[in-house]
Structure formats: structure tokens, C-alpha cells
Design a binder for this molecule. Sequence first.
Ligand code: DUC
Ligand code: ZN
Ligand code: ZN
Length: 468
Amino acid sequence: MTFDTIIRGGTVATASDTFACDVGIRDGRIAALGRDLGDAKEIIDASGRLVLPGGIDSHVHISQPSGPGIVMADDFESATRAAAFGGNTTVLPFCLQERGQSLRQAVKDYHAKAEGNCYIDVSFHLIISDPSEQVLGQELPALIKDGYTSFKVFMTYEDLALSDRQILEVMAVARETQALVMVHAENFDAIRFLTDRLERLGQTAPHFHGTSRPIPVEREATHRAIALAELVDVPVMIVHVSNRDAMEEIRRAQQRGLKVSGETCPQYLVLTEKDMEGLNMEGAKYVCSPPPRDAASQAACWEGLQQGVFSVFSSDHCPFRYDETGKLAPKGRTSFRWVPNGIPGIETRLPILFSEGVVKGRIDLNRFVALSSTNHAKTYGLYPRKGTIAVGADADIAIWDPAREVTISQNILHHGADYTPYEGLHVTGWPVTMLVRGETVVADGALVGRKGAGQHLARDPSPFAKQS
Ligand code: DUC
Ligand code: ZN
Ligand code: ZN
């Protein structure tokens, strides 16, 4: 039996096991695991390296409309290229429905942006900002059937926030159609109240962004989102959790047997509110929502990852440039209120989790694989095609040099942003070679993949959303 490719001599790790073996790939899939697999057109020497399922980043924003004059720093080409360099083989970006827009049209527009431009595979979540009768009765159920099996709702932001009634209505559709609801949990009225008060006091520097969205704002909304999901009896994923209070709300719900999942992100492990205090507008580089908190919140987020309260670790990549198209948005609008929320992180998510998590002994390698790949595939209906190394799975593989020492710096990254919030962070371990469906995209740190080779994936319903 011959193979297209054999990855030879590496240590394979999945979400459950670590073992020395070679990987035989044929027709884009893993065809054999073992020793002495014979011949192949290409042999990749992985001795001294880890052979892991390619990373799946299930929370990224690419080319998303972000308000007048603001431009997201990545399109599908630059984002998927940067993702590949960061050890990923699939990303799940959001397709935003703008108010008044048909959901179907929003999906068409996103496909047009992605088509022919992706280096790795993509699959869209939806964002529902306008749950009209047409959307709830026809478009959303039809799109879920077509494989867009998850969507996000927002409890804050002028153009996005849904009322509790609207959230209940979209949750009811999710229950009917077995879709997974993702929630951005922050209390809109509380943020508006605090923002107006800070502005009246002249407290408008970027770090007041944190003051305008303190922990109770997130805790209350997390509690409410879970209660609304309980009322409708639907599973829910609370995204980008930043602190202990919100994490404990999720844990308590899980202990009560509710189908509540949680996600956290690199910014809540290695950044703090202090980062938003830079001179002039420098702090804007770290403005994201929820905001980075303090050392105790970081420790709580690690606890959530270690104890399984959080099943997925995503980047929430939401890149803006540090100029007037992004973080320094429109002249005269200097208050933190106008700083677009979001930071880049698609390429640095996995090195940060590996170094701060595995190398520092906070999590083991198998949990790293679960948090970075397998659980994303399971949660969002891509498993077992994606997210594992097993015979029959897509040959989506990241080969890591676990000993490589790297200082994260803008000049080594491939994203479209002009800065990284992780500048100067020293990490051990770096992904060096990535294959998507058996085709090498990055080979020993060099781009060899083809723009347009990445495909859009229709997904199965989340196993969590299946009604018994
Ligand atoms: N929510 C996100 O998920 N990403 C960036 C900004 C935000 O509020
Ligand atoms: Zn959000
Ligand atoms: Zn996000």
C-alpha cells in the first residue's frame, strides 16, 4: 500500500493519547497509523516533533463590517494565512447580519469574500442582529439545515443587542432546529449608564473602557443568558469569558445538569487591565470586550480550562490597525467609547496556550489538543472529520517543534494588523508545518499552500444541541 505522504518519526498526540507512530495519508485523509508504513511520494521527517490535530479556531472575525470608516485589518486571505502559520487548519468566522439585511444575503456576501481566498478550511457561524419574522420563520431554519448550525447573539452594542424577548425567540428556533446558540454576555444598559457617567467626568482614556464594563456587567448577563436558555431548554455556549464570577455561573449551571458550555481566550490569560493604561492612545491596542481583568481573573480562567468548565479556547481574533481605520478611529472621537472592540490573535493563540499551559505544567498535552482542536470540532459539528488524528479523518495536521524559543513580535507575524498585543511575550514551542486535507500549507515555517485551496464546510448539528 503506498501513500501520498507519510509523516515519519514524530510523537502523535490526540485529546486522549500520546504515542510514537507514523501517519500515512492518502487522498487527503489519514489512511494508516503505525510503523514501517512503506512508501510514499513524500516523506515528512517529524523526529523530535509533535504531530497534532490541526488547530481549529472557532471564534474569529474576518472582514466584518465594523461601523462607518472602520475597516477590519484582515481579509480571508491574510487571516487564513496567519491562522495557518499559527498551527490552525480550520477557522470558524462570523457572518454578520446587519440590521434590515436578509440573513441569506449576508451569507452570500460572506461567501463572496471568502471564495478563492482561503488557505485553510472555514465554516461560518451566523450573527443574528435582526430577528424579524422572515428570519425566525424561514431564513434561519433554512440556513441551519444547510449546515450553518451555530449562531451568536449579543446582549450589548447599539447595532447588535437583542432584547431578552428576542433572545428567547431565537433560542426557541435553535431548539426546534438543533442549532447551538453562542452568547456575548454583557449588560447593555449597565455599560451605557457607566459610559455616560465616565464621559461626564471627562474620564475618556482607553483604560476607562475597562471601568465601563466591570465584572458584574458580565456576571449578570452570563446568569441571565443561562436562565433564558434554561427557560427554553436549549444548549448555550457563553463565549469569551474573562473572570471568576462568570466562570462560576457556568460551572454552577453545568453542575445542575444544564447544557451550558464556556469559552475563554488568550487575552484573559496573559493581558490585564493595566495594559490599557499606555501613554496617549496606546492602551487602545488592548481594548476588547469583555476587557482583560487582573491576575486573579487570569487564575480563574486557567482553573476553568483545567477543570473543564471551559471546553474551548479560541482567539476571538478581531483585528484593527493602530491608525484611523481602526483603533484611532474618526478624528475628534477620542473617548474610549469610539475605540473599536477587538484585538488580533489568530496566529498567537496556540503558541500562548502551549507555552503558558503545557510547558509551564498547567495543562497536559492531551488537554491542549482538546482545547485547541478536538472540542471545537465536537462542539460545532465537525467531528470526527476534523479535530483528531484517526484513520478516516481529514489529514489536517500541525507539526510542532516543542522546544523552539520564540519572542512574539509583530515582525514575525502574518496577520493584517500592524501590531500584536503580545509583543515581547516569550514562548517555548511553535508550530512549524501544517497540512490541510493532506496538502502542505506551511512547510518548516515557509508558505507553500495555495490561496483558494481552503474550502467552506457545511456542519452537522452540534451533538450538544441534539434533542433526545
Ligand atoms: N465580541 C467579540 O466576540 N469579538 C470582538 C468584540 C466583541 O464584543
Ligand atoms: Zn462578543
Ligand atoms: Zn468575537
